[in-house]
Design a binder for this molecule. Structure first.
Ligand SMILES: C[S@@+](CC[C@H](N)C(=O)[O-])C[C@H]1O[C@@H](n2cnc3c(N)ncnc32)[C@H](O)[C@@H]1O
Length: 363
């Protein structure tokens, strides 16, 4: 992973705003400790792909093969030990979810500044310790350990563009943001009046520190339906929610899961009768590793409603990891469960696609 920017900011008082060239930052609460870290840290994650195309998620030189020593260390996690599934409940006090977070806004969506999350996650409070592992291995992907959810990968924006261009309707639909990372796709569905939106990421740290805060930030600021301009009217939670108060409507439609695909699929299937099925599954940059194709395929087959649709955004090829659009399409063809078609192509830089996937016998 590359160092990209060195930011040196003096932080304003909590609740005040400041602007960067692309977005507004709202300071909720950042401790003195955090402030010192913030001044001294390097930003490794690239929020906006056009800031540095060449280093974006192609995983070209980012997912280096492990050295023998590293492999030995990671053997248990890489081979037999895909993470167990876990459901993460929204805390009673939702202001907790946004504690120590710095919010940014773009295209009408709010999301936490990941560099700040990175700093605060290096205190050993998360057993996964993915930030330190990612830093020490200089990689955004460590198979079976950290699967890349702490940054927003560029195909997310392709898929968001497609959903808007094709006027995909979410109202009354049950939606899964699979391999969600920041969860922007699920948040778009939520704002489109989906009946339920579920979020899955491999890493529990990502769900707790990024996905859930992003969803909460967008739900509590949802009163601003008229504020579509970047950075306008974002409101940090001003008060602690009383335990008797219900969750904001949109938030009560959401569930959050971490763990491997097969494991989460099993948890979902066994925890609700009849088994939950999704009308729409949205997934971006999740087919980089061919080793996971079987689990991904079976999860889609298990969780997609009979006439549902998967929208999958991907690069043509992930150098260094081996997966990519054509390879996954071939895999689908061989399994003979799904049909797929290309619904969007992006030519700039490394070629990217959005695929629509449906059961072969669906309408
Ligand atoms: C490269 S990240 C993409 C994150 C996000 N969709 C985006 O586009 O910004 C890949 C995501 O796929 C998920 N993922 C990859 N392999 C997985 C596996 N074997 N089981 C469960 N989730 C996996 C991880 O949660 C990770 O966040």
């Amino acid at each position: 992973m590359q160092l990209q920017k060195q930011h040196s900011l003096s932080l304003p008082l909590p609740g005040t705003n400041c602007w960067t060239d692309r977005c507004k930052i709202t300071f909720l609460f950042v401790s003195q400790h955090c402030r010192l870290l913030f001044l001294s840290m390097d930003f490794r994650f690239n929020f906006f792909p056009d800031e540095d195309e060449s280093k974006e998620p192609s995983a070209d030189n980012e997912t280096q093969p492990c050295s023998p020593t590293q492999q030995d260390e990671r053997q248990p996690e890489r081979k037999g030990c895909i993470k167990a599934a876990k459901e993460h409940r929204v805390p009673e006090d939702i202001s907790e979810v946004l504690r120590n977070k710095v919010l940014e806004t773009a295209s009408g969506l709010h999301y936490v500044n990941m560099a700040v999350v990175e700093m605060t996650c290096r205190d050993g409070s998360h057993e996964e310790d993915i930030v330190s592992k990612s830093v020490s291995s200089h990689s955004d992907l460590i198979p079976g350990v950290y699967e890349g959810g702490m940054k927003i990968w560029e195909c997310t924006y392709d898929l968001m563009d497609f959903l808007a261009e094709a006027e995909i309707r979410f109202n009354n639909k049950t939606v899964l943001d699979l391999g969600c990372g920041a969860g922007l796709l699920g948040i778009v569905a939520l704002k489109g009046d989906a009946a339920e939106v579920h979020f899955q990421d491999y890493n529990s740290t990502v769900i707790e520190e990024i996905t859930m805060p992003n969803v909460v930030a967008n739900c509590i600021n949802d009163g601003n339906k008229d504020s579509k301009e970047d950075g306008k009217n974002i409101k940090p939670p001003s008060k602690r929610r009383k335990e008797s108060e219900p969750l904001p409507d949109e938030l009560s439609k959401c569930r959050f899961f971490s763990g491997g695909w097969a494991e989460v699929s099993q948890l979902l299937s066994s925890s609700s009768k009849p088994c939950i099925k999704y009308d729409l599954i949205l997934t971006s940059e999740t087919i980089y590793n061919p080793d996971y194709y079987g689990a991904l395929h079976d999860t889609l087959a298990q969780l997609l409603a009979k006439d549902g649709r998967v929208y999958l955004a991907s690069k043509v090829h992930y150098f260094g990891v081996g997966g990519g659009t054509y390879l996954f399409e071939k895999f689908l063809e061989e399994r003979k469960v799904f049909r797929s078609s290309t619904v969007k192509e992006v030519e700039e830089g490394l070629k990217r696609f959005v695929l629509e996937i449906a059961f072969q016998d669906s309408t």
